[in-house]
Ligand binder design. Structure first.
Ligand SMILES: [Zn+2]
Length: 201
């Protein structure tokens, strides 16, 4: 059985231990992995360390934290394998989601579904002009509005998923910057985060 979710932390860092304990209790699981996130394309399998994605092939929980970056969960209910990925613009440029997808296929996943949780949207993700070429090279759509430039990470990730053969893509992603009640690092340098998790029972 696979379950997944998105939790808004009530306080900053200190609360994560509580969330972890609650999730372990809820699913009667002893193991919760979470990476030390560094905007990389490093993915761990049934483990954790400095990286931005975790794939679980054994009963356990994997969790990442975000406030604007795109949290993506991939899961295959037939294979009982799932992964959670932190894809900010650097992770999207490095195609961490495609890399996670390929790894899951290596483990025998054939029916992978994807869920994209709240992150900063095309409406609000302003970027510097100096990044335009890098974003174009990475397949991340951009647009000029007035004198400003904006980028669309979620569409880039959806395109990665489609190119990887994923047809079941659920976009639950409201914008964390202009949406009501989310945490946005861009907006106010908050220390609060959203926790996105997936559990394999
Ligand atoms: Zn917005």
């Amino acid at each position: 059985m696979i379950d997944l979710g998105f939790i808004k932390e009530r306080d900053a860092k200190a609360e994560l231990a509580e969330i972890a304990a609650e999730l372990k209790q809820k699913y009667s699981l002893e193991t919760l992995w979470r990476p030390h996130q560094v905007h990389s394309d490093t993915i761990f399998v049934d483990g954790e360390g400095e990286g931005d994605g975790i794939i679980i092939t054994k009963p356990s929980i994997a969790l990442i934290r975000t406030a604007d970056c795109v949290p993506v969960v991939l899961f295959d209910e037939t294979a009982d394998i799932a992964g959670v990925f932190h894809s900010g613009w650097r992770g999207t440029e490095l195609k961490i989601v495609s890399k996670g997808l390929a790894k899951m296929k290596d483990f025998g996943c054939k029916n992978i579904s994807a869920v994209i949780f709240p992150a900063i949207g095309f409406c609000c993700f302003e970027i510097g002009k100096e990044l335009l070429e890098r974003f174009a090279d990475a397949g991340i759509p951009t647009e000029k509005r007035g004198e400003k430039y904006y980028a669309d990470l979620k569409t880039a990730i959806k395109n990665e998923l489609k190119n990887g053969g994923v047809t079941d893509i659920s976009d639950r992603s409201e914008c964390t910057f202009c949406g009501e009640g989310y945490f946005s690092y861009r907006k106010n340098k908050t220390e609060k985060r959203h926790a996105t998790f997936v559990a394999v029972k």
